[in-house]
Design a binder for this molecule. Structure first.
Ligand code: ZN
Length: 134
């Protein structure tokens, strides 16, 4: 793994959270993306070299809706950049980690992504992401 790619924060209302984080960072989000198949709407902020992703559920059975129901708003996941996501999934599976996704799938922000189950990582939901070569 190369570095933290972004931190994902689950929010109830992305419009009011966009305003809140824009005033926190002194800069508006640079991107909004609806990831329909995941039932989420996302927005991205830059803070120096770091990125923050806000996630709002767009359907009742969205993983974000379930997360907020259980834990409330807050940090949802930490994403790490990897060069070769398939190799990384293979390595982590062999090391005994429980992958939610055994195959990479297309996520927001032009990335291939896969999540690790938080049960195998001290309660932290971890996302792997690899830039899609354009
Ligand atoms: Zn993410």
């Amino acid at each position: 793994m190369r570095k933290i790619e972004h931190i994902g924060i689950a929010v109830k209302d992305i419009d009011s959270s966009n305003a809140l984080f824009a005033s926190l960072f002194g800069e508006a989000h640079y991107k909004i993306e609806d990831v329909e198949r995941e039932g989420v709407k996302t927005s991205f902020f830059k803070c120096g070299p770091n990125k923050i992703e806000l996630l709002q559920a767009t359907t009742e059975d969205s993983p974000i809706a379930k997360f907020i129901e259980k834990k409330g708003e807050g940090i949802h996941h930490i994403a790490f950049a990897v060069d070769d996501i398939e190799k990384e999934i293979e390595r982590l599976t062999a090391a005994g980690f429980n992958m939610i996704h055994k195959e990479p799938k297309k996520g927001a922000d032009d990335k291939l992504i896969a999540f690790l189950h938080p049960k195998s990582t001290n309660g932290v939901l971890i996302e792997l992401c690899q830039e899609i070569n354009k």
